[in-house]
Design a protein around this ligand. Structure first.
Ligand code: ZN
Length: 339
């Protein structure tokens, strides 16, 4: 006999999954629905790792592919067991109830001795399993599968195509919302809070950019040069190198990649300037110091640096182009050009 019971779902209709790959950090993610009539466009074909649909699942954090069953979350097994037990108890209860009724009905009327059977069912509430949605809910731009992850994931959990640019695009959308909010507050005469929100939006671009470079770099080393993992991704080798264009380039050069090679000198300078700006905003309350003033000719030391929404948007767009280029190195079968 095979019982099939529904697995608990999150408010947005997704189910828990747990990556069987112990190297994946984190391991929890959520998988949702996909439209029934989906198809992969021809130009996306080289990006997928598997034909989307049931059978196998892809770990969004590590790209590990395994049978669907390998991703079942232990909490769901527990929830299904509890649910099955509850259903069995209910069945036994209603069987005993029916049996008692039947027994009572069959008692002869007007007899010297009558017997009555009483059955008091113990009603237990249906077990409740709560599943929450994770912070990032996305839909793959290749196969349209909905899924949810903590922070950054590299691959779609269904077709396995690289989704890191999709994630970064989402970050930019949030940054744009923050800029719009800051502009709105500024027009209401609330300049101080507007400046702070603008500063956070600016910082979020750099944080997302740094985290993305770091995650992609670590993944590439792990998959292409596993024996050099410690040497190339350790604290000493990476540290905060991705907060700096030159040092970031050096780290990537060791695996034969230049993430910035699709940008021209002016565009790279814009990224450089904004990284400096971040430093001033984060550590000097937005007051330009000597170092920054040397970098950006429009500010004297001691001046509060300006933050314009348009500049932040441009900074985010340039970072996006770097990420988009880097994403190509995650396409199945693409190797590193190591000399
Ligand atoms: Zn997909």
């Amino acid at each position: 006999m095979q019982l099939s019971l529904p697995v608990p779902k999150s408010p947005s209709g997704k189910i828990y999954q747990y990556s069987p790959n112990p190297n994946a950090t984190p391991r929890l993610f959520l998988i949702g629905e996909a439209p029934e009539d989906r198809s992969i466009v021809e130009e996306h074909r080289p990006r997928i790792r598997r034909e989307p649909g049931p059978g196998q699942t892809v770990c969004p954090y590590s790209g590990h592919v395994a049978e669907d069953e390998a991703f079942t979350h232990a909490d769901d097994i527990e929830a299904v067991k509890k649910h099955a037990l509850w259903m069995a108890e209910n069945d036994v209860n209603s069987f005993l109830g029916d049996w008692a009724k039947n027994f009572n009905r069959k008692q002869p009327r007007g007899s010297f001795i009558t017997m009555k059977m009483e059955h008091k069912p113990r009603r237990r509430p249906k077990p409740l399993a709560i599943r929450e949605d994770l912070l990032r809910s996305l839909g793959c731009n290749v196969c349209a599968r909905a899924y949810g992850v903590y922070a950054l994931a590299l691959f779609c959990s269904d077709c396995g195509s690289p989704n890191v640019a999709l994630h970064f695009r989402r970050e930019i959308e949030l940054v744009q919302e923050q800029i719009a909010l800051a502009d709105e507050l500024d027009t209401q005469g609330r300049g101080e809070i507007a400046y702070r929100i603008m500063g956070n939006a600016h910082e979020d671009v750099l944080t997302a950019f740094e985290a993305t470079l770091k995650t992609v770099h670590a993944h590439l080393v792990r998959t292409h040069l596993p024996e050099q993992l410690e040497k190339l991704t350790g604290k000493k080798a990476v540290g905060n190198a991705f907060q700096n264009v030159e040092r970031g380039r050096e780290v990537f050069a060791k695996i034969g990649l230049d993430p910035f090679d699709r940008l021209d000198a002016v565009e790279i300078d814009h990224i450089r300037l904004n990284i400096q700006k971040r430093h001033v905003l984060g550590h000097n309350l937005g007051i330009a110091d000597e170092h920054y003033a040397r970098f950006a000719e429009d500010h004297e030391p001691g001046e509060t640096i300006t933050l314009i929404g348009e500049d932040i948007r441009r900074f985010a767009e340039l970072c996006f182009r770097v990420v988009e280029h880097l994403e190509d190195s995650l396409i199945p079968g693409v190797g590193l050009s190591l000399s």
